[in-house]
Design a protein. Structure first.
Length: 434
């Protein structure tokens, strides 16, 4: 066996061993399984879930002071007198129970509780937004891995063709019908395609590692992705998409909640214009014992009950309350402007993405036809090359043209999926879709 043929066999065997070993360590992974792993383990999803738990804990009437506060305590006094005329020791214990309750504070407690409910809704909205972003990231990462895998297959096909051509040129040289130049040219093309294939396999591994990061898996975890790089060819209506966006887009919904929170802030500041009424009540018990050299020891006990009301009303505080109300009103106005700006921006993004999706559908159709034509052209060129009708330069050019069109078709599929996924995110349908 010739040295070059031996090298080819060794490379083929090594490649087969690499694939077999890799598959032996891999678990099958569908898109739905990748999404499930990400939603369960993704770090940002976990953080927002904990933030939501904090918001739910805070959404309580006790947080806003709607319940009374009860304190229990005791005071112990031990006093010793060592005078010239008298020596005495006094021991006393005074336990107590006190209750403090804000009966009325200008509706601040009720409004603050409503604000806490809105903050909980905002935390839920933020959690939903993180989930949507995570879904989009996982979907695109999964399809990027599929794209890289399919690109590996195309490069393997082209490398096999180069290998066959290299072997063919070697045979022709042995027969004396071709020269060293043609063999070297075929060898150069074969080695170039082999290098491209090695690099693409590395890109595929990197794509899988990026997917692992989103799923919070170990960097070295290996999966065999089972999906196919197939676009969903949907027909959308821009007006319907815009209605869905205005109703379900998570960024807009969160902004609407922010507006409600700022309205609550205005009412909270206005509550300072009302008087406040506070109740302070409790019970005290005191017992003491006095020992003296001049008099017999004595013990005393006493109880005290009290219920005190405090009514207060701020007549003037330097205009701080009025300024706080005005600032809260201004912040509410700023939020309204930001909502309008965000709505217009989302409309523009939706229109841009919709038009991009339509353009990419057309580009995909063109890429499919182009790839089919290039494949057929390459098959014909192979026959003509072996028949001597075209030279090696023309054959190589046709090979490269097929490679470029095949890779362009795969990229067109991914681009179409990318635009469709962005449409689903903008309209708030990505969660229901996946």
């Amino acid at each position: 066996m010739k040295c070059k043929e031996y090298l080819r066999v060794v490379l083929m065997i090594a490649g087969a061993i690499w694939v077999t070993a890799l598959q032996g360590q891999q678990q099958k992974l569908s898109l739905q399984q990748a999404i499930a792993k990400a939603l369960e383990n993704n770090y940002q999803v976990q953080v927002t879930d904990l933030d939501l738990r904090i918001a739910r804990n805070n959404n309580n009437w006790g947080t806003v002071g709607a319940f009374p506060g009860i304190d229990v305590g005791a005071t112990n006094v031990n006093r010793y007198e060592d005078g010239r005329q008298q020596k005495a020791a006094t021991h006393s214990l005074a336990p107590y129970v006190s209750l403090n309750y804000m009966i009325f504070n200008g509706f601040s407690a009720r409004i603050s509780k409503e604000k806490l409910a809105e903050l909980e809704h905002l935390s839920e909205g933020n959690a939903r937004l993180v989930i949507e972003n995570t879904l989009q990231a996982v979907v695109l990462a999964y399809y990027r891995a599929l794209l890289a895998r399919e690109q590996v297959k195309v490069l393997e096909e082209v490398k096999d063709l180069s290998s066959d051509r290299y072997a063919y040129e070697q045979q022709q040289k042995a027969l004396g019908t071709t020269g060293t130049f043609e063999v070297l040219q075929a060898k150069t093309a074969y080695l170039s395609d082999s290098s491209n294939l090695i690099l693409q396999k590395n890109n595929y591994r990197n794509a899988l590692r990026n997917l692992n990061q989103l799923m919070a898996e170990e960097v070295g975890a290996s999966y065999e992705i089972t999906g196919t790089l197939t676009p969903s060819y949907e027909q959308y209506n821009l007006q319907e998409l815009e209605q869905k966006m205005l109703a379900d887009n998570r960024n807009l919904q969160n902004q609407f909640i922010n507006e409600e929170i700022l309205k609550k802030n205005v009412n909270i500041e206005k509550s300072a214009l009302y008087p406040s009424l506070r109740l302070n009540s409790g019970i005290d018990y005191s017992t003491s014992r006095v020992n003296s050299e001049s008099t017999p020891a004595s013990t005393s006990d006493s109880y005290a009950y009290y219920a005190n009301f405090t009514l207060s009303f701020n007549l003037f505080d330097g205009g701080n309350t009025r300024r706080a109300i005005q600032n809260a009103e201004i912040e509410k106005m700023i939020s309204a402007v930001e909502t309008e700006e965000m709505t217009n921006r989302q409309r523009r993004n939706l229109r841009d993405t919709f038009e991009l999706y339509e353009v990419r559908k057309q580009l995909f159709d063109v890429a499919v036809e182009n790839e089919e034509a290039a494949r057929l052209n390459m098959q014909i060129a192979e026959e003509r090359f072996k028949a001597g009708a075209i030279n090696s330069f023309n054959y190589r050019d046709i090979q490269l043209a097929y490679l470029n069109t095949a890779l362009s078709k795969l990229q067109a599929v991914y681009n179409l999926i990318d635009a469709q996924t962005e449409l689903m995110r903008l309209t708030g349908n990505i969660v229901s879709e996946y």
